[in-house]
Design a binder for this molecule. Structure first.
Ligand SMILES: Cc1cc2nc3c(=O)[nH]c(=O)nc-3n(C[C@H](O)[C@H](O)[C@H](O)COP(=O)(O)O)c2cc1C
Length: 280
């Protein structure tokens, strides 16, 4: 068994964490990873307040092992949903984007807080805030990520903040990746895409097939998708957006209204969230 600062911190057997991916993680997948000795993390950024509590309780029915939730702090109702996770004493609270005002509250019930970051200087900030571990999203990562690659980012953070446990994220999908991450100074891996391909993941079969058939040349990196730099799988839809850029106002407005409806937001909540996202 491989013991690292990450297995000790979370009380798990293997230093492998399911990335808490918005809209594609589900309770069965989260519980399967935790039951297998890793740490399952549920992405809750698109859930309503009611669904957040119900989902946490559903995960608890499927596993007695530690698990986490992941919330982007710039998204609608982030504060309220984090409070629900705190009330439910979720063992690991992961966040991205923004300042966590809840670290003390989580530590009070014995929970851990981890931050998803893409720049070394943010690891220093995280240490100052009392964060328990950082996820370093290298340029290879699917979804939002910066320009610095893992090869550069991990050793840099390991030297700058030696006491901070590190989860390497971006392109890690097997034992070779885990060994490489540990060699670079990380304490475990935070894996996204690989877990999307499992039978426990509710992602539709045609999409799993598309991922399985894709090559290393089949991703697009752009800020056209939602205004922040991110990596997406090539498909007809992503290529259209990539070519058009994010200048299509009608498209932007219709997506924003869809999010408002999905999250059941009032107009003041919608305006406050849009402002936060614009400035993040
Ligand atoms: C469909 C999808 C949704 C994602 N949603 C989130 C999210 O809500 N919050 C977050 O911090 N990262 C999110 N990510 C990024 C992952 O946390 C992780 O950094 C990335 O998947 C790592 O790269 P890999 O897919 O090569 O393992 C998402 C990734 C994917 C593929």
């Amino acid at each position: 068994m491989l013991q690292t600062r990450i297995t000790e911190l979370f009380g798990i057997k293997h230093p492998i964490v399911l990335a808490g991916m918005n809209q594609v993680t589900n309770p069965e997948l989260v519980a399967a990873v935790s039951n297998a000795g890793g740490l399952g993390v549920m992405g809750i950024s698109a859930l309503t307040i009611e669904d957040t509590r119900a989902t946490i309780r559903e995960i608890r029915k499927l596993t007695s092992k530690p698990f986490g939730i992941n919330q982007a702090l710039t998204r609608p109702l982030a504060k309220e949903k984090i409070q629900i996770a705190i009330e439910e004493k979720v063992p690991v609270i992961c966040y991205a984007l923004g300042k966590p005002g809840f670290v003390k509250q989580v530590h009070e019930y014995g929970g851990k807080v981890i931050a998803n970051i893409a720049l070394a200087k943010h690891a220093v900030k995280a240490a100052e805030l009392g964060i328990d571990a950082v996820i370093l999203s290298g340029h290879e990562a699917a979804g939002h990520g910066g320009l610095v690659t893992s090869l550069v980012l991990i050793p840099k953070v390991a030297s700058m903040v030696p006491k901070m446990p590190i989860l390497a994220s971006g392109g890690f999908s097997d034992g070779r990746g885990l060994a490489a991450a540990l060699s670079l100074g990380a304490d475990g891996v935070w894996m996204g895409t690989r877990f999307l391909m499992t039978k426990e993941c509710r992602v539709k079969e045609p999409f799993k097939k598309l991922m399985a058939e894709s090559t290393e040349e089949d991703t697009l990196y752009s800020s056209a998708f939602d205004g922040m730099a991110s990596r997406a799988l090539k498909s007809k839809a992503s290529e259209d957006i990539y070519k058009r850029g994010n200048k299509d106002m009608a498209n932007w407005v219709s997506s924003a209204l869809e999010v408002k409806k999905m999250m059941n937001l009032s107009w003041p909540q919608f305006i406050a969230t849009s402002w936060k996202m614009k400035n993040s």
